[in-house]
Design a protein. Structure first.
Length: 315
């Protein structure tokens, strides 16, 4: 049923989406983006401030006034290395959280993964500060291994979010996914005032389940992302024209409905490629862990040598 009386479609839709208790959280996503941007900008600023030192030939660096601060054993250089080491050790807690359910009190697996990714993405810039942008020897092995780990981690995150999960990070069964899709359709009906048939006509039918080759599956995932963006854009356009544009809903209401539509379409696409995604994700684990272990071994050797030789600014 459409909103009537003095209640605008925008107000009705916001109330309806709130009533479901399942509207996407704006605060969590915005906070995570701000934290990530803040860390990245801070590290970029340190690297930019030391650029005139990092660009000097090795023989001329010792005469630079920045050398005592930025050299690998200097206050800034070694502090960056210590922070990088602490983050690297912290990253290995994520597999423990996934394995041991008794650690559930520390937060959901999904939240842990978000923190894991943000922390890992900060490592290359920290290591660059510590190594003064010289990547040879054992530290070079550790740096490039970490770069490969970070790149593969981005791929892993892309695959992870394409497996339907609950808010706690637990994988959903096909029955649970079907229930979520029905609930989302009903939320869209309640939020827009459209009939069930109108909503179903607006949203593309879910694709049939297939198990393509890994390369084709990745290509299909990318195309699905594009299709989902086009669908949500079309939903925004059509709903802005609600009632001929005379009582069009406000922007926040449109955003809420577009997110519900995007979630429903995403679930349909994820189910269609679920078997292929699982297979690629298993192969990704096989490749990701050995490279991460290589980086760990290189870091342990580097730290052991530094501590043994006493090449530090604090002892």
């Amino acid at each position: 049923m459409r909103p009537t009386g003095d209640q605008s479609p925008g107000a009705a839709s916001r109330a309806s989406v709130r009533a479901t208790g399942d509207r996407p959280s704006r605060g969590d996503g915005s906070r995570a983006r701000w934290i990530t941007a803040g860390i990245a900008l801070s590290l970029l600023a340190v690297n930019a401030a030391g650029a005139r030192y990092y660009l000097l030939p090795i023989a001329e660096r010792v005469r630079s006034p920045l050398h005592p601060l930025l050299k690998p054993s200097g206050v800034v250089g070694q502090t960056a290395g210590i922070v990088a080491l602490a983050i690297f050790v912290f990253l290995w807690l994520y597999p423990l959280r996934k394995k041991w359910r008794r650690l559930a009190f520390t937060g959901s697996v999904g939240r842990w993964m978000d923190v894991h990714i943000v922390a890992a993405l900060s490592l290359p810039l920290l290591l660059a500060i510590h190594a003064t942008w010289r990547f040879d020897g054992v530290i070079g092995l550790g740096f490039w291994a970490m770069m490969v780990v970070c790149a593969s981690g981005i791929v892993g995150r892309y695959l992870y979010v394409r497996i339907p999960r609950s808010r706690t990070g637990a994988e959903l069964s096909l029955e649970e996914v079907a229930g979520q899709r029905r609930a989302l359709i009903q939320q869209i009906v309640d939020a827009t005032g459209l009939t069930l048939d109108q909503v179903q006509a607006l949203i593309p039918a879910g694709p049939a389940r297939v198990t393509p080759s890994p390369t084709r599956a990745m290509r299909m995932m990318l195309l699905n992302d594009l299709q989902r963006w086009r669908t949500t854009r079309e939903v925004r356009r059509r709903w802005r024209a609600l009632d001929g544009g005379t009582t069009a809903p406000d922007r926040r209401a449109i955003d809420d409905v577009a997110k519900l539509v995007a979630r429903e379409v995403a679930l349909a696409q994820q189910v269609a490629l679920l078997n292929a995604t699982h297979r690629i994700f298993r192969w990704w684990h096989v490749a990701h862990r050995p490279i991460a272990l290589t980086a760990l071994v290189a870091v342990i050797i580097h730290v052991a040598v530094v501590v043994t030789m006493g090449v530090t600014w604090f002892w």
